[in-house]
Design a protein around this ligand. Structure first.
Ligand code: HEC
Length: 310
């Protein structure tokens, strides 16, 4: 009798343990699932995938041409030797939100931590859970090929000290929840400003011309003006035009986007829920229009009769 009862208790304990394990695995899956969505909102982190060079997805080594030299992205797969497999949660959060590696050295701002600093810890940790659910890829990081003084490690610390302030995104209570969601995505997670905002001489984002377009996007690509200026920006695009573009890469005139923008849409923004795409569009529509004649040769997917003269 006693034996039967203790066997029953043992069976019950085992069943409860199995249930708890399943629940925690599900919770883990849940975080990884959410993290996948966060990674997509970040454009899929395609700068870490050296597809042309035959590197695995997210295994780093992709060359990013900048006005300061060539920088190579790092391996962010969970490989313990060459990737981030040994990083703790707090090390990952610190890298994303403060631009510091686990050993304390500062990253060059070609890694867009000045935008990611606005992310909530929950989103950052979900992203880590997703990255850690992927297969580790062994691939050594490659040293940067920048010109002095940008080739000096100390330059990254000096830059960070001069131009960076950790700053979590704070919703504006005077705006709608949709606008705030769009602002959070554009300014922090999706880091649109890192490519679409012109930079000052030392490479900091020129916030007085926020999203007004840049000739020096990564890989030397021209990133157009996203403010609603009718001539040099996307002032003629409707909210639907913007949401459709971010989903499909198709410009209002039917042309397809190319290069980096195509990549971040395919692996990232294109997977966002419609509500997020609309939120981004609402935010972009609310920006003050900024004229940027430096990009005059760029067309914006709307035919203008007078542009052929240029
Ligand atoms: C990695 C750099 C990068 C990031 C990040 C990025 N873009 Fe782009 N974007 C570009 C480049 C480069 C182009 C030009 C592509 C072309 O010429 O086909 C572009 C083109 C566009 C266009 C077309 C504009 C026009 O006038 O033709 C829109 C709209 C746009 N991006 C919106 C966004 C938004 C919104 C985000 C953030 C959610 C974003 N981009 C993030 C690099 C980037």
């Amino acid at each position: 009798m006693k034996r039967a009862r203790s066997a029953g208790i043992a069976a019950l304990t085992a069943a409860i343990a199995a249930l708890l394990a399943a629940a925690s695995a599900r919770a883990g899956d849940g975080a990884a699932q959410r993290g996948r969505a966060v990674l997509e909102a970040a454009g899929g982190c395609t700068c870490h995938s050296d597809v042309k060079g035959g590197g695995g997805p997210l295994a780093g080594g992709r060359a990013m041409k900048t006005p300061f030299g060539v920088f190579y992205s790092t391996n962010i797969t969970p490989d313990p030797e060459t990737g981030i497999g040994r990083w703790s949660d707090s090390e990952f959060v610190r890298a994303m939100r403060e631009g510091l590696a686990p050993d304390g050295h500062a990253y060059f701002p070609v890694f867009p931590y000045p935008s990611f600093t606005g992310m909530g810890d929950e989103d950052v940790l979900a992203m880590k859970a997703y990255l850690f659910s992927l297969a580790p890829v062994r691939r050594e990081n490659r040293p940067h090929d920048a010109w002095p003084p940008f080739s000096w490690r100390i330059a990254a610390s000096a830059w960070r000290w001069m131009f960076f302030e950790p700053r979590r995104f704070a919703p504006d209570p005077a705006r709608t929840p949709e606008w705030n969601r769009g602002a959070y995505l554009v300014e922090a997670v999706a880091h649109c400003g890192e490519c679409h905002t012109p930079r000052t001489l030392p490479g900091a984002l020129d916030r007085s011309r926020w999203l007004a377009g840049s000739k020096d996007g990564p890989e030397g690509e021209l990133a157009p003006n996203l403010t609603p200026d009718a001539d040099t920006g996307i002032g003629l695009w409707t909210k639907t035009d913007i949401a459709w573009f971010l989903k499909t890469g198709q410009l209002p005139d039917g042309d397809d986007t190319e290069g980096l923008m195509k990549e971040v849409i395919e692996h990232g923004y294109g997977h966002l829920p419609e509500s997020d795409l609309q939120a981004i569009a609402a935010y972009l529509h609310s920006l003050p229009p900024v004229r940027n004649d430096a990009l005059a040769e760029h067309e914006h997917g709307h035919e203008h009769g007078d542009e052929s003269a240029e």
